[in-house]
Write a protein that binds this ligand. Structure first.
Ligand SMILES: Cc1ncc(C[n+]2csc(CCOP(=O)(O)OP(=O)(O)O)c2C)c(N)n1
Ligand SMILES: [Mg+2]
Length: 704
């Protein structure tokens, strides 16, 4: 192949073969990994990375860099080889430690682990959806911040995707939207190798992919020889010239290309080629270099540092000119790209919380959430919201919502019925920078989005997930729509904060916590039905952020002021709580719409001389992060406990005690729901103040 890459006069063959060799060698050293895809996409990578990708290896976070997403993340060694050769802070030693503990080269690309990796990929199809979010971010930012003569936002998003990504349903959801939005700076290079793990895809993937993408409104370049760098280069050039549509470039390739024994077969996909086959491949390629050695001229041909630094410098000069011409706009752009909240945020949030407390309104928490959005989005233009076709039910819109259009204007995305893509696109917006995405659907349909929720948590991506209709309390829509296990199961995802607030003030603070988090997502579980406002003093309002606090304390006979945990001597409090004389006592932990039931049961038992403390616990994760003394002050050891939440009960055992503990009980719903009015259902499932009072009476008799 006599093609010349990078204007440096280097033959492209050794460049592509260097990528093949590094992938083979690293997989061989790790004794695991995926050599087939890197070997099959090597020429495509050479074309994109040395001729089109705009990036500065010395500044992987540069705001106006192109975003590169390896959606077929099993081919991670391709990305690591490219980053290494381009001059990123990824020395050859890291490639030698491929897939080893705490290396910068984990099995699949992980954002944060490796400089230059933009998103964590591996769950097929999701990288592609993240990339749609990144391209949308670019378009929205460009429309918001660019001014005539000042193009400070002008970059592209590139995706490598395989058969797996395109078989996954999320590719339909996300790429359909990308077509609707006309994301012309998004280019997908499809590794059309006809192979997936089980063999030739002809038996399970016979879609007409090019026609499918054309139907979405994409530009499609068909039938490109993926092993011809010049042909791929030309196709990319064509994509760049299309200014109203995203582009799919279909590259015919051979998986494991270069391996005499395994090329073209699923055997090349996911295991080391083996010593013998590696030697045979080296011989067939004419690659004479020892493992992990790359000739100097190949390094030079891949080296993106000088070109990247120049592009970065030119942009910095553009930014300086922009700053001079539009100082406040430039400051806002830089603030948003840093992910900092505006100075007015803290006072705006405090004022809103105070106003909500003063009003003490009884509304559904989904409505309380909309009130919070209304107050907060006014000072946070980075908030981009949306819903999966349930705006009028989940209340994710506000008076300033403007639909996102093909022109790149707007701040509210009508995602259509696409929960998974909505969440993964939100992750892309978040990872790109400049946005604080939030989006909503019914809690039960969070299952559709589940892996993207998990990925947000894994990637530490900030977003707020608004999940309404959070229990049997939604009523007549019945068991398909009634969340039962969802609160508990979302709480199992590490680094996802799950809030189930009980009223307007808790909702306002839950939203604030989600906005202020910089290291992960927040799910808000909200009621369809009205929930009575639970009066709180200032100390209690302040304690909401701790995730669990005393909302109403032990009654007569065990008198102590409410709201004390904030600032009180916690150890002393714990002692006081467990030495309350002869009055029987118990505490109840409640969340969301069950908090009023807890308050009612407490009032009923006060008449019987049983002292009950009500602990509102809107966020178990935030509570678990508190110091032990605080936690003990809220949940004093030795006091009998009951938890109540209209969902599965198991998760509460960790707070109240084991099922055979006579001083512990949990009231909840451990079966699927039913179709009936909400009031009937709470009675039917025994989630009532009466049932709670019975349980409290029972456990209090056994309390210290
Ligand atoms: C959501 C998801 N399901 C399954 C897998 C396991 N998996 C990894 S690669 C792969 C086959 C992908 O085929 P293709 O994209 O054509 O990759 P190629 O073998 O061509 O490199 C599968 C099923 C995964 N990573 N993600
Ligand atoms: Mg394939």
């Amino acid at each position: 192949m006599k093609d010349q890459a990078n204007g440096k006069g280097t033959d492209v063959k050794p460049m592509a073969d260097a990528l093949r060799a590094l992938a083979m060698d690293a997989v061989e050293a790790a004794k695991s990994g995926h050599p087939g895809m890197p070997m099959g996409m090597a020429e495509i990578a050479v074309a994109l990375w040395t001729r089109h990708l705009k990036h500065d290896p010395a500044a992987p976070r540069w705001a106006d860099r192109d975003r590169f997403v390896l959606s077929n993340g099993h081919g991670s060694m391709l990305q690591y080889a490219l980053l290494h050769l381009a001059g990123y802070e990824l020395p050859i030693g890291e490639l030698k430690r491929f897939r080893q503990l705490h290396s910068k080269t984990p099995g699949h690309p992980e954002v944060g682990a490796t400089p230059g990796v933009e998103t964590t990929t591996g769950p097929l199809g999701q990288g592609l959806a993240n990339a749609v979010g990144m391209a949308l971010a670019e378009k929205l930012l460009a429309a918001r911040f660019n001014r005539p003569g000042h193009e400070v936002v002008d970059h592209r998003t590139w995706v490598f995707a395989g058969d797996g990504c395109l078989m996954e349903g999320i590719s339909h959801e996300a790429c359909s939207l990308a077509g609707t939005w006309g994301l012309s700076k998004l280019t997908v290079l499809y590794d059309d190798n006809g192979i997936s793990i089980d063999g030739e895809v002809a038996g399970w993937f016979t879609d007409d992919t090019p026609s499918r993408f054309e139907a979405y409104g994409w530009h499609v370049v068909r039938g490109v020889d993926g092993h011809d760098v010049a042909a791929v280069d030309r196709a990319i050039g064509e994509a760049v010239r299309v200014t109203d549509k995203p582009t799919l470039i279909c590259c015919r390739t051979v998986i494991g290309k270069g391996s005499p024994g395994k090329a073209g077969s699923a055997d090349a996909h996911g295991s080391a080629l083996g010593e013998k086959e590696v030697a045979a491949t080296r011989a067939a390629l004419g690659w004479t270099h020892p493992p992990f050695e790359v000739p100097r001229e190949v390094y030079a041909a891949f080296d993106a540092r000088a070109k990247g630094a120049a592009a970065h410098r030119a942009w910095s000069e553009r930014l300086s000119a922009y700053r001079a011409a539009h100082p406040s706009l430039a400051a806002e752009f830089e603030r948003r790209m840093e992910g900092d909240l505006p100075v007015e945020w803290t006072s705006a949030a405090a004022a809103f919380v105070a106003a909500q407390a003063a009003k003490g309104e009884t509304v559904a928490t989904r409505k309380a959430s909309q009130q919070a959005i209304e107050a907060y989005a006014k000072v946070l233009p980075e908030m981009v919201g949306g819903s999966a076709d349930l705006t009028g039910s989940v209340f994710t819109n506000w008076s300033g919502s403007v639909p996102v259009t093909r022109e790149g204007t707007g701040n509210y995305v009508y995602f259509g019925v696409r929960e998974f893509a909505m969440t993964a696109i939100g992750n892309g917006l978040s990872l790109h920078g400049g946005f604080l995405p939030y989006h909503g659907t019914f809690l039960t349909f969070s299952d559709y989005a589940r892996n993207a929720v998990r990925m947000a948590a894994l990637m530490k991506a900030r977003s707020v997930m608004v999940y309404t209709h959070d229990s049997i309390g939604l009523g007549e829509d019945g068991p398909t729509h009634q969340a039962i296990e969802h609160a508990a199961s979302l709480r199992l995802i590490p680094n996802l904060d799950v809030w189930r607030p009980c009223d307007t003030v808790e909702t306002a603070l839950a939203w604030a916590a989600g906005i202020e988090r910089r290291d992960g997502p927040t799910a808000l579980l909200l009621s369809r039905q009205n929930v009575a406002y639970a009066p709180k003093d200032a100390g209690q309002v302040a304690a909401i952020r701790r995730g669990g606090y005393v909302l109403a304390d032990f009654g007569p006979g065990a008198e102590r002021p409410t709201g004390r945990p904030e600032g009180a001597a916690p150890g002393g409090e714990a002692r006081a709580a467990s030495s309350g004389g002869t009055t029987p006592r118990a505490l109840v932990i409640a969340t969301g719409s069950e908090v009023p039931l807890a308050l009612a049961a407490r009032a009923a038992l006060a008449n019987e001389g049983i002292a009950v403390r009500v602990v509102s616990m809107p966020c178990t994760q935030a509570f678990d992060r508190q110091d032990p003394a605080y936690r003990a002050s809220v949940l004093p050891p030795g006091v009998a406990r009951v938890a109540i939440e209209a969902g599965v009960t198991d998760g509460w055992r960790k707070y109240v005690g084991a099922a055979d503990d006579p001083r512990a009980a949990v009231i909840g719903v451990d079966t699927f729901g039913e179709s009936a009015p909400a009031g009937v259902l709470f009675e039917h499932f025994g989630v009532t103040a009466r049932a709670l009072a019975d349980a409290l009476r029972r456990v209090a008799a056994r309390s210290d």
